[in-house]
Design a binder for this molecule. Sequence first.
Ligand code: GCW
Length: 681
Amino acid sequence: MEYTKAWLNYRQVEQIRFPFDTIYVQNDCVVAETAAKELCLAVKELLKIKLQCIANIAEMQTALQKDNRNALFLLHDNAAYAQTKVPGGYTISLQEAGLIICGSDANGLLYGVFELIRLIQTESPLLSKVCHGKEALVKSPSNPLRMLNHWDNMDGSIERGYSGNSFFFAKDEMIVNERTREYARLLASVGINATVINNVNVKQAATWLITERYFNGLKQMAAIFAEYGVKLFLSLNFAAPMELGGLNLCDPLDDKVRAFWKKKMQEVYDAIPDFGGFLVKADSEGRPGPFTYGRNHADGANMLAEAVAPYGGLIIWRCFVYNCTQDWRDYKTDRARAGYDNFMPLDGKFLDNVILQIKNGPMDFQVREAVSPLFSGLRQTNQMLEVQAAQEYTGQQKHLCYLVPMWKEVLQFKTYAGGSDGAAADTVADIVSGRFYGQKHCGMAAVANTGNDENWTGHDMAAANFYGFGRLAYDTELTSEEIASEWIRCTYGSDTEVHKIMLQLLMESWPIYESYTSPLGIGWMVNPNHHYGPNVDGYEYDRWGTYHRSDCKGMGVDRTMKGTGYTMQYNEPNASMYESMETCPEELLLFFHHVPYTWKLKTGKTLIQHIYDSHFEGAMKAQQMLEQFRALKERLEPEVYARIYERFKLQSDHSKEWRDRINTYYYRISGIPDEKGRTIY
Ligand code: GCW
């Protein structure tokens, strides 16, 4: 299958003065070689300049002593030129000898090269400052681990995949080809350094990934990833001792089970020495886990952690553990509480090579949720933030929903882990970066939104989420606009009209999607199973713990002390802020409270009127997005325009269905008419 180069689509740039003709590379490792290759390729395509590449360390040393401003040096692990020691960091500075890109390690060098390429692609004014020695660029990644989680199945399907099939697996076999390398390039270009290629729901053939049968394929894939500084991880099946090892249990404290894992890990690491480790979904949505044996999650995670420790492996253990066979009549059990209730008692009990991976919200990747209180609570446990680039609940890559603004809000959320006076730097970003507790193993993961579609992400513009996740995980200080703007320029070139309109579309997309689907934090009004399209009661009388509790007087879930008590999982002053309807941020009002339809919001509108207005306005804005996009007809390549146009058309149509289904439901249940007399069916 054909595929695009996404944001590595190097179109010729006219206005740039690039004074270098030779590069010297410290090519003592494969990543440094890649850095040189990538730079030569980009400069050739973007600037039509053929660089002479000298890959001889002795010659490089001599050249470094000369006054030769036309040379470019690619170095790493060199204290003389690196102003940061953080792994993955880089320094770009002009010296007598020429322009020096020095990574604190080889990955840092590669990221520095991609930064220089990006400056050229975006025709950034910074480029000439850097090339002429007016400014040095020093960057260090905010997060040690910057990871993608693919939910790809061995048969080639992708759980919650909206971009075609897997490019890792088909028919229970692995796929390793040119696209594997192209994928690794995309990752490295935005600073992603780890990837899990298979679904966390590990079943059937996927259980066998840790056996001889797949070692060859994995080894080849890991080698390609290694060229780009990306570590390969797998999801594993906690019941593998039974399914592969012929044991009759998988109790983490059983000696035979422990021996099975030790031996298994040795086999895996013998075959793939630089293998990263494992992601584990246990006791969650029917997956096996330690609960069956009366053990806890620390028992489970530590057993695996011990087995991978001799090889420097990591165990990333998911906190998405809740009762998925709840009775909807039960108002006390609250899925939002579950992560905290299950994992807080285990704080401090996990080995150092275990990381708990926590979804941004306590429910499940809704359009808007409160931030998981686990980030406020856990103090002695490595933590990692999991977000979802795949738009399971945010339009499935048919609707445009640029998610970086949401992720930024999560990162900026103040946990008050450092005290209720708020003096400490204790945001989620501070915690998952390792800055706050001094943790080494931590970072950010995103459920990937890619597939084998030609454009990688189904909706061309959903690539902004893929790109944006990497850039944000590398540098959490970047703004959503900066990231969007870079992505547009890299992908579509320098047309200012394209830039203006696409930026506006991206930046407005999350609020617009929220307004016609799920305002005020209510969530979940989707069709069961596939989760696309409106269905107010789709999950209301079901077992999944996802309710809106609407009746003829009001709607929303009471999570206060009088309700499920969830608010008390936060530190003060957050707990009190959420507890009261007056101080609860309105965008989360229905997440925390059961609110009468006649309740007055800060705008002076009643809740019910807000529901109507939000859905009418949202659908109208979705229509306007389509019209705005039309202005780009002559400015984009025809196939690109046609692909995106078709999505905006669909979005505009579907937003009307959302509007009408939800407004009708609430009109019928409340009996209160729309003040503006618009059509509600
Ligand atoms: O949101 C739910 C999804 C499942 C997914 C699960 C998880 C991989 O609907 O498809 O399973 O989350 O995160 O484990």
